[in-house]
Design a protein around this ligand. Structure first.
Ligand code: FAD
Ligand code: FES
Length: 348
């Protein structure tokens, strides 16, 4: 702290270093790490900016921060204990050294454009495959998501792309959308009021994609969380990624299982071993495993062998249980990637 700051009580700027990328910047008092990084033109991962999506998850290597809203709404106990913070909610209280994966300049920039609902088909009693049309082709990495805005455009909901990306992008992205009773957007979709309504789509967003590696892959999905995993696995199969994989899917009963054809196509194109383990939590059926999907993490990892990376998408409690099971089994947090499908009830 400078002598002037000490004398007049003005808090000093804090120096921030991102160890992995070598970026340096100063953060003035009252400014979050994310705000300052973006102002410096750094491709810091982010989306919601209000502490609910987890995109800006960052490991604090050294230094102190103050949280505007508690990180624990979004981060798991294991992440908090390992020093993870949310950059959009963190005010530096000392100089900081951070570890975060900064985006590459080759990544597609998010574009917001007008969109229309095109069609929807039933996948299960409460999940639909929905096509939305846009004018400009949208490019994304397998696993990413887009935000759909409606009404006056001030609110949005996030939906993960459900297909492998295609060269040149698509003007008709597909999403798997689950009905959340009482939900603002999905009540509209399932109530049939979306056709004809002007929408906007902005994306791509998110840092959920398949990392490089040679080790096996364990994928865990619940409900509509299968969408980004199908996209990721279809893309990996197209690219002839040669890594053993187990896809675990959790549903309450048999009626929650879907996308069997897409999973069978991935399995037949996969160049290493590929297993699909559906798990039912509320029905006993000799065809399927029963219990919670995350109960089968130890067994799957034993089958896959060491050096696995974990990929998960779905409801927040499933992700938290998955992080717990994967870390208990010895997988480090940097090898665990997920999108938590948070909704308006999460922070509340
Ligand atoms: C990165 C990301 C990717 C996602 N991808 C997908 C996807 O591919 N497919 C998918 O189906 N979903 C996905 N989601 C979830 C999706 O964005 C929506 O949150 C979900 O569809 C619900 O939206 P809604 O407007 O229908 O419900 P909301 O309006 O968000 O309401 C959800 C529930 O919360 C209740 N609620 C509202 N306000 C409060 C409050 N103050 N207190 C308590 N309860 C309240 C509502 O009654 C309702 O039951 C994703 C989310 C994220 C963050
Ligand atoms: S950008 Fe920080 S939690 Fe969403």
């Amino acid at each position: 702290m400078s002598l002037l700051s000490k004398l007049f009580g003005k808090a000093p700027d804090r120096a921030v270093e991102i160890e992995s990328s070598g970026d340096h910047f100063n953060v003035p008092p009252g400014t979050t790490i994310l705000e300052r990084a973006l102002a410096e033109g750094i491709a810091y991962p982010h989306d919601c900016t209000v502490g609910t999506c987890g995109s800006c998850r960052t490991r604090l290597i050294s230094g102190k921060v103050e949280a505007i809203t508690p990180f624990g709404y979004t981060l798991s106990r294991e992440e908090l204990e390992a020093g993870y913070i949310l950059a959009c909610q963190a005010l530096p209280k000392s100089d900081l050294v951070l570890d975060v994966e900064i985006g590459s300049s080759a990544d597609a920039q998010a574009v917001r454009q007008s969109a229309t609902f095109f069609n929807a088909s039933e996948l299960t009693h409460d999940i639909r495959r929905v096509a939305i049309r846009v004018d400009k082709p949208i490019n994304y990495r397998a696993g990413q998501y887009a935000n759909v805005h409606w009404g006056d455009g001030s609110v949005h909901r996030s939906y993960s792309f459900a297909d492998a990306p295609i060269a040149g992008g698509t003007t008709e992205p597909h999403f798997f959308i689950r009905h959340v009773p009482g939900g603002q957007f999905t009540d509209r979709l399932f109530g049939g009021s979306l056709p004809g309504e002007p929408l906007e789509l902005d994306g791509p967003h998110g840092n959920f994609w398949l990392r490089d590696g040679k080790g096996p892959i364990i994928c865990i999905a619940g409900g509509s969380g299968l969408a980004p995993l199908i996209s990721l696995l279809q893309d990996a199969a197209n690219r002839r990624v040669r890594r053993d994989c187990i896809l675990l899917f959790g549903g309450r009963g048999e009626r929650d299982l879907y996308a069997a054809d897409a999973i069978a196509a991935i399995r037949s194109a996969w160049t290493a071993s590929f297993d699909y383990w559906p798990v039912l939590s509320e029905e006993t059926n000799p065809q399927y495993r029963s219990g919670f999907v995350t109960d089968y993490v130890p067994q799957a990892l034993e089958r896959l062998g060491p050096g696995a990376q974990g990929y998960m998408c779905g409801p927040p409690p499933m992700i938290d249980a998955g992080i717990h099971a994967l870390t208990e089994a010895g997988i480090g947090l940097p090898d665990i990637h997920y999108d938590k499908f948070t909704d308006a009830s999460t922070g509340a």
